[in-house]
Design a protein around this ligand. Sequence first.
Ligand SMILES: Nc1ncnc2c1ncn2[C@@H]1O[C@H](COP(=O)(O)OP(=O)(O)OP(=O)(O)O)[C@@H](O)[C@H]1O
Length: 253
Amino acid sequence: MLSVRALQKAYNVGKPNERLAIADVTFDVAKGEFVCVVGPSGAGKTTLLRCLSGLLAPTSGEVRFEGAPLQEVPARLSVVFQDYSRSLMPWLTVNRNVALPLKVAGVAKRQREDRIAEVLHAVGLGDVGRNYPWQLSGGMQQRVAIARALAHQPDMLLMDEPFASVDAQTRFDLEDLILKVRSDLDITVVLVTHDIDEAVYLADRVVVLSGAPSRVEEIVPVPLGRPRNQLVTRSEETFAQLRRHLMELVTAH
Ligand SMILES: Nc1ncnc2c1ncn2[C@@H]1O[C@H](COP(=O)(O)OP(=O)(O)OP(=O)(O)O)[C@@H](O)[C@H]1O
């Protein structure tokens, strides 16, 4: 579904402050897979996600989505950012926020209303459609942002530290929500996080980046069963081993 080949990204090319953020990154994501990307602070994780989504053009190398080279943000792909308070429009109700991508896609009003009810239900928010985002808790606002990302039925979800701004309990709830949504709707997910436990809990495979300018240090398969469970999965011996291995890789730089 996604193929990243020899991706390189430099900022301010040709200027005195030129900076190489990504040196050489290659990996693939299969349809239906859940891939997490981890790496030390400043490794270029956000830069990589922006290149994968078509928001940022690579300096060299190639990203292909469903076989075609990425030119712009594809319609079948959605992005969820960390900062829900800046990604939701405070002057629009929840219903209208979720309706935005559907309006852009030209979906008729009646279908829009059905779809909004469906995705709000899918993220566990049945009855907040008429509220404004600022009337909701942080975790609920991020659920709205996820609902909006799901509204036009994307094949792939790209998430940049989506649970970093909520408390620990809400974070666990949102992790389980995204696992459920992913299996219910058969979506492919690439999620960037600095939290190694979160990466192991969620992923089928973890792509470990080196420090900047980043390269792929290792791609680690996660042979934990599904469905996963916050208590049971995190207490498994395999979980502890993977966590330790990833910690060693990430802190070695
Ligand atoms: N717009 C920009 N202009 C110039 N340099 C940038 C820009 N955005 C990022 N960088 C640089 O690129 C490198 C990678 O940044 P990026 O934000 O992608 O890393 P990250 O792994 O997401 O960081 P963190 O773990 O702190 O969230 C950093 O050295 C950063 O200073």
